[in-house]
Each structure stands twice: as structure tokens, then as C-alpha cells.
Design a protein around this ligand. Structure first.
Ligand SMILES: Nc1nc2c(c(=O)[nH]1)N[C@H]1C(S)=C(S)[C@@H](COP(=O)(O)O)O[C@H]1N2
Ligand SMILES: [Mo]
Length: 236
């Protein structure tokens, strides 16, 4: 059943994405018609993926000896440009439909129950790695701060200007965590220190690093790659 469902998903995702590759079709009378069509297809694809998403289905987990070493860095810039966040003064800012918007220090985040997972990380560019991340379940955190979990979206803004957003059902899935550690050690700057989203049910670009701001909202927040045409839901 799971296989059938993911096959169906993949077939539809391919169907929607196929014209993006080779075809640069432009109708001289309607220069943006093809674009509009593709965006409509992608929005439809988001709705289908959201409808098929089962928050009780877990992403596969792996053994410690399957962890990829070394890990693989990716960002929209090179590793030498990675911003370094001062962990002693760091505060995670909160916004949108959240009752208690007091910002959170790392100490406070570490005082909440910690979850650990060994999961596969899949980048849309065609590589995958297995790693171990630990941190706070996003569902625990959202309830703790009184976030309105009937909102459609959880959005993130990062230290490097990157931003992204996820649907609430995926935010509440138990493997979705605000990761603080990698391989049992605090995250390093290139891999998202001090706090990154680790969401193994979605592609790599839906895992924002060095998060400075988090919000619950019904206003579509988009994302750095999403706004350039990557499919927004991007379940993996
Ligand atoms: N802040 C920030 N987060 C980001 C990105 C980025 O450029 N900046 N790139 C995304 C992409 S495309 C990928 S594949 C993963 C890479 O995470 P890694 O360096 O831990 O492998 O981070 C995601 N999160
Ligand atoms: Mo990626």
C-alpha cells in the first residue's frame, strides 16, 4: 500500500515536472502562459501530496553503522561563506499565531525532552546521506509556546537569508524535529548551528539551517527555492 502510494505520488510529481526540463516553450502572444500552467500544476501537486500525506507513516530509520561519513554540505553559496551565529546570545524568535512569543535560548531548547533519529536526507540535486540528528520535537515545541496548530503553515527564516515553510500536518509528524545535535555533538555552522529543522519526510531544501525565526501562519510563506519553482510540498 505504501509502495503503491509513493509510486503514484512519484508518477504525478514527474507528470507535473516533466515540461520543466527540456521545454522552453514560449507563446509570443502569451509569454507567461507555460509558466502559469506549470505553477498551476505544481499547486495541484501540493494539494494531492497533502491529501495523501499520512502523519502516522514514519520515514525509514537506519542503524548507526549505516551513517554516511563524512556528511555532505549544501547551501545556495559555498561552505566558506557560511554565517556563524553567536550561540551565547542566540534567541529563536517567534511570530504569527503563537500565544507566547518570548524568544527561546539554546539552554531553554535543550531543557525540553530530546528526540534522536537516524534517517536519510535526500537532496533534490540527486544525492542522499544517512545521519543522526537529535533535538526537540517540533510538535512538542509548538504546543509549548501555544502555537495555533490549526494554521496551515509553519514558516522559518535563517541567519543566511534562506527561508522555507511546511504544512502543519508535516510539522506535527513525530519525526519532525528542531535539531540541535548531529552525531551527539552540537551542530556545526555549515550544518545548521545552532538550530535546524530536520524533517525526514521531505526533501533536503525543506530542512532550513540556522533558524532565527519561526511562525505559525495561514498566509502562504513560500521559500527560497520554492519561490523559484521547486515544488512546495516536496515529500520524499
Ligand atoms: N539556511 C539554509 N538552510 C538550508 C539551505 C541553505 O542554503 N541555507 N540549503 C538547503 C538544501 S538545498 C539542502 S540539500 C540542505 C543541506 O543540508 P546539509 O548541508 O546539512 O547537507 O540544507 C537546506 N537548508
Ligand atoms: Mo538540496
Amino acid at each position: 500500500m505504501i509502495n503503491r502510494r509513493s509510486l503514484l505520488l512519484r508518477a504525478m510529481a514527474l507528470g507535473a515536472a516533466a515540461p520543466l526540463g527540456g521545454c522552453n516553450y514560449e507563446d509570443p502572444a502569451h509569454p507567461d502562459l507555460a509558466d502559469k500552467f506549470l505553477h498551476a500544476m505544481s499547486a495541484w501537486n501540493d494539494r494531492v501530496q497533502a491529501a495523501l500525506f499520512d502523519p502516522h507513516t514514519l520515514a525509514p530509520t537506519f542503524r548507526a553503522d549505516q551513517i554516511t561519513s563524512p556528511p555532505r554540505f549544501n547551501a545556495f553559496y559555498g561552505i566558506d561563506q557560511v554565517p556563524v551565529v553567536d550561540e551565547t546570545t542566540y534567541k529563536l524568535e517567534l511570530g504569527g499565531q503563537i500565544q507566547n512569543k518570548a524568544p527561546w535560548s539554546l539552554q531553554q531548547l535543550r531543557a525540553l525532552p530530546q528526540e534522536s533519529q537516524i534517517t536519510r536526507f535526500v537532496c533534490v540535486e540527486g544525492w542522499r546521506v544517512i545521519g543522526q540528528w537529535s533535538g526537540v520535537k517540533l510538535s512538542d515545541f509548538l504546543r509549548h509556546v501555544g502555537a495555533d496548530t490549526t494554521c496551515k503553515y509553519v514558516s522559518f527564516k535563517c541567519a543566511d537569508g534562506y527561508y522555507s515553510s511546511i504544512d502543519m500536518a508535516s510539522a506535527l509528524q513525530p519525526q519532525t524535529i528542531l535539531a540541535l545535535d548531529f552525531l551527539g555533538q552540537p551542530l556545526t555552522a555549515p550544518f545548521g548551528a545552532p538550530v535546524r529543522l530536520r524533517i525526514p519526510t521531505k526533501l533536503g531544501f525543506k530542512n532550513p539551517k540556522s533558524i532565527m525565526y519561526l511562525a505559525a501562519t495561514n498566509v502562504y510563506p513560500g521559500g527560497y527555492w520554492e519561490d523559484q519553482g521547486y515544488n512546495w510540498f516536496s515529500g520524499s
